[in-house]
Each structure stands twice: as structure tokens, then as C-alpha cells.
Write a protein that binds this ligand. Structure first.
Ligand SMILES: O=P(O)(O)OC[C@H]1O[C@H](O[C@H]2O[C@H](CO)[C@@H](O)[C@H](O)[C@H]2O)[C@H](O)[C@@H](O)[C@@H]1O
Length: 428
């Protein structure tokens, strides 16, 4: 069995706010094919609806009612593909037995292509001998189970202890779609790096993590602690004329320029969405600082289209934003060339890792937005990309874990492996 499979990521033109929508439609189509075969997202079966959405979006023609409908359908399809049934649903007595059997058969086939990172742990870690392991962890669905209310997605104390311990051995970062503050509130470990808003807001302890010193812009956090944060302004300046595009260096903007424009724009988006969605029962809008999430989890499926259409109306007023799909969530984000993959690259560079092929990065995530990071690890760093899923899902990840419990076991295994290798080194 080949332990590392290089897989091609979906091409994205970050300059185009429509490009991710097309890419997501392509992925969702591939994902909805029988057995979720891993064929390239660049060559899917083209349906008439998809063809309409691709040609209209790539040529950036003015919207027509038909293109609007196709676009909304594409979002909903992609969101469904990214939202497998939760473990509790799969196990519930009401869950259709034959559907369960089909899903299980698909999973067995899928896991042969994306083997368990637990079952293959020893073999995988042979590649880590003599290398610095760096650990990147997504939050929702990876460190905490998926729950109905996003405000109550707590991680267990046992998981917190496991992450705390692993961070004493390896540089560790949490890369989340949540706002950095929110994810910190859940995790509460000051020794980690945090990349919130899908990597657009990076911050970490100035002294580094696990003894790895950080090369980056220094400053103070809200509590006066010395921190290091991302400062991609010089690299991204051409794209940062609009307030949303400047979001990567928000700390600089707030502290030095004292601009509140960005915040106001964010609030405008939130308010507009809240007003539009208030008649749709169960809808929830979450302000993730540089992204806004529209939650569908508690909305009846018959109302999904209505909610998505409202989101589309808002999106039309904010051409500097684009939309991505996650687990029963649509997200509006600034159209900048930045995603979780870029955040991983930024952190690797800031931590001085991977310059001589002397690092083994490991990324664990469960959602569509983690795919960007999987591609970066596969293609650029020869690292391990691990998808958390208990059903077959189209992914760029090479390995899999079933759920957050298995993630915790994997994290424990990393600690044991490190202790064992240090012991072996000391006694040789
Ligand atoms: O990158 P992540 O840390 O995985 O964040 C992605 C989104 O996660 C959250 O939503 C998801 O988890 C919720 C709690 O379990 C669940 O209710 C929701 O349906 C999921 O989509 C978070 O609320 C979003 O803002 C994040 O973007």
C-alpha cells in the first residue's frame, strides 16, 4: 500500500470571487458520483445546470434568473456533499437500514483509498524519524464533535489535555474557520498558534511553540502578552485595496491605523443577513471576524433554498466577497488569495520549518475548507493529510480518522512515538 498519494487540488483563481463557487460545484458533482470516486475535480461530468453555472460564472456575465437558480443549486449540492450524516444519526434506529448498508459499503471501499491513520501509525511515522513533526489541527468536527448549536461546540477536557501534551513535543497550531477569539475561548491553550477565520487571522506566542522560535511581526495581544502575528501586507498589497482584502493584517490595521471600516463592513454583512434570514426558522448567522457563516443545520431542508437565495442577494451587494460551503453552512469570505493552505505555509515559514525537507507536517481536518491545507501538505511538503470522516467523502487527504475520538487517540500516539524515539536516541 502506498502511504503517500499525491492528489491534484481544485484549481482556484483567487482573484475571481466566482472561482470557488465553480470549483465547489465541480467537487460536489464528483462527490455525488457513485462510491464517491476520487477522480479529478477538473474533469467532472457536466450536467446542463452545472454547464450554465460554469459558463456564466467564468465569463462573469451579468446574472440572469436562470444563472441565479443554478448557482444556488450548486451551493446546496456542495453543502450537502460536505455534510455527511452525524454519527448519532447513522446509529439511530430511524436511519434507513438499507441506506446505512450502502453508506457502510461505500466507506469500506473509501477507507481502502484513504487508510486509517491509526491503523497505519507506525508505518507512517517511519517518515518522521530525524524530522521535526509539526501538527496542524482544525477545530469543529476534529477536536470537538459536530453539534446543533455552534456556540456549544465544546472540546472535552481529555482532548484539551491531549493537545496540551502534544504541544510540549511538537509545534502545534489550530486552524479554524471560527474567529480566532472564539476558537481560543474553546481551546484555552496559550502555548499554541491560532489561525482563525480560515487562516486570515494568525497569532501565537512570541517565544514560539515547543522551543521552535518564530520569525514574524511582533506585537502585544489584548491582554498585553507579547505575540507574533501574520503580516502578509507587503506580499498581498496589490489585492488589499478594499477593506476586506486587508483582513490578513487586522491587528496592524486596528492598532496602527485605528481603522474601524473593516469591522463596520463585517457588521453590515451580518445585519443584512440577519434581517433577511429572520423569517427562516433555525437560521443562524455567525460573525467569524473575517468571514460570516450562515448556518443551515437547524433549518428545515424545505427552507434551505429560500435561505440560500437570501444569501445570494446579500452576496450580490458585496462583490468583494465570495462564498464557500461547509457542513450545513455557507460562508462569505473576502476574495483574497488566502485560505487554510496558505495559513499552513505561512506558519511553516514563520516557524522556520520545512526549508531543508527536515519537517513532517501533519494536518487533521474534517471539512471542505481543510482541503486547501491537504493539497499544500501533499504537494509541497510531503506531509500527512488526514480527513476526519465516518462516511466516504471526496477528499485530497491521504489518510483518515473516523471521529474526534480517533483524533485524540492519534494525538496520544504521536506523544508516545516521540517519547519512544527520544528514549531510543538517548540510549544509543
Ligand atoms: O474550520 P473549523 O474549525 O472546522 O470551522 C468550520 C465551521 O465550524 C462551525 O460550524 C460547524 O460546527 C458547528 C458546531 O458543531 C455545527 O453546528 C455547524 O453545522 C458546522 O458547520 C462554526 O460554527 C463555523 O463558523 C465554522 O466556519
Amino acid at each position: 500500500m502506498a502511504l503517500k498519494s499525491k492528489q491534484t487540488g481544485v484549481h482556484k483563481d483567487a482573484a475571481s470571487p466566482y472561482s470557488k463557487i465553480s470549483a465547489a460545484s465541480l467537487s460536489s458533482l464528483a462527490a455525488s458520483s457513485p462510491l464517491y470516486s476520487c477522480r479529478s475535480a477538473k474533469s467532472p461530468t457536466i450536467t446542463p445546470a452545472l454547464a450554465a453555472s460554469i459558463s456564466l460564472s467564468s465569463q462573469r456575465k451579468p446574472h440572469t434568473r436562470q444563472s441565479d437558480l443554478a448557482m444556488v443549486s450548486g451551493w446546496l449540492q456542495a453543502m450537502k456533499a460536505a455534510s455527511p450524516p452525524r454519527a448519532a444519526t447513522l446509529q439511530s434506529a430511524n436511519f434507513n437500514g438499507s441506506r446505512q448498508a450502502v453508506l457502510e459499503a461505500q466507506y469500506i471501499d473509501w477507507v481502502a483509498k484513504h487508510p486509517s491513520a491509526l491503523a497505519n501509525f507506525e508505518k507512517m511515522m517511519e517518515a518522521g524519524k530525524g524530522k521535526q513533526v509539526a501538527l496542524f489541527l482544525d477545530y469543529d468536527g476534529t477536536l470537538s464533535p459536530i453539534v446543533e448549536d455552534p456556540d456549544r461546540a465544546y472540546m472535552s477536557d481529555a482532548m484539551r489535555a491531549a493537545v496540551k501534551e502534544v504541544a510540549t513535543h511538537f509545534p502545534t497550531a489550530i486552524i479554524s474557520g471560527r474567529s480566532r477569539d472564539k476558537v481560543y475561548e474553546f481551546v484555552q491553550l496559550a502555548e499554541l498558534f491560532y489561525a482563525g477565520s480560515h487562516g486570515m487571522d494568525i497569532m501565537g506566542p512570541a517565544e514560539g511553540c515547543n522551543g521552535v522560535k518564530v520569525d514574524g511581526t511582533r506585537g502585544m495581544d489584548e491582554k498585553g502578552n507579547e505575540i507574533v502575528f501574520s503580516q502578509p501586507a507587503s506580499e498581498f498589497l496589490p489585492m488589499m485595496n478594499e477593506v476586506f482584502c486587508r483582513s490578513c493584517c487586522i491587528i496592524v490595521l486596528y492598532k496602527v491605523l485605528k481603522l474601524s471600516v473593516l469591522k463596520q463592513s463585517d457588521i453590515q454583512v451580518c445585519k443584512a443577513l440577519e434581517q433577511r434570514s429572520k423569517n427562516i426558522q433555525g437560521a443562524k448567522i455567525e460573525h467569524n471576524k473575517f468571514c460570516v457563516s450562515i448556518h443551515f443545520r437547524r433549518v428545515k431542508e424545505e427552507n434551505w433554498r429560500a435561505l440560500a437565495e437570501e444569501v445570494q442577494k446579500v452576496l450580490k451587494n458585496y462583490p468583494k466577497l465570495f462564498l464557500t460551503q461547509g457542513r450545513k453552512v455557507l460562508e462569505l469570505r473576502p476574495s483574497i488569495a488566502w485560505d487554510k493552505g496558505k495559513a499552513v505555509e505561512f506558519l511553516m515559514k514563520a516557524l522556520g520549518l520545512g526549508l531543508n525537507g527536515d519537517v513532517l507536517p501533519v494536518y487533521i481536518g474534517d471539512d471542505q475548507t481543510d482541503e486547501d491545507a491537504f493539497s499544500v501538505l501533499n504537494e509541497k511538503h510531503n506531509g500527512y493529510s488526514i480527513l476526519v470522516s465516518n462516511v466516504a467523502k471526496k477528499t485530497n487527504a491521504s489518510f483518515s480518522l473516523r471521529d474526534p475520538c480517533e483524533v485524540m487517540d492519534f494525538v496520544h500516539s504521536l506523544v508516545k512515538w516521540k517519547l519512544k524515539s527520544s528514549h531510543e536516541q538517548n540510549s544509543s
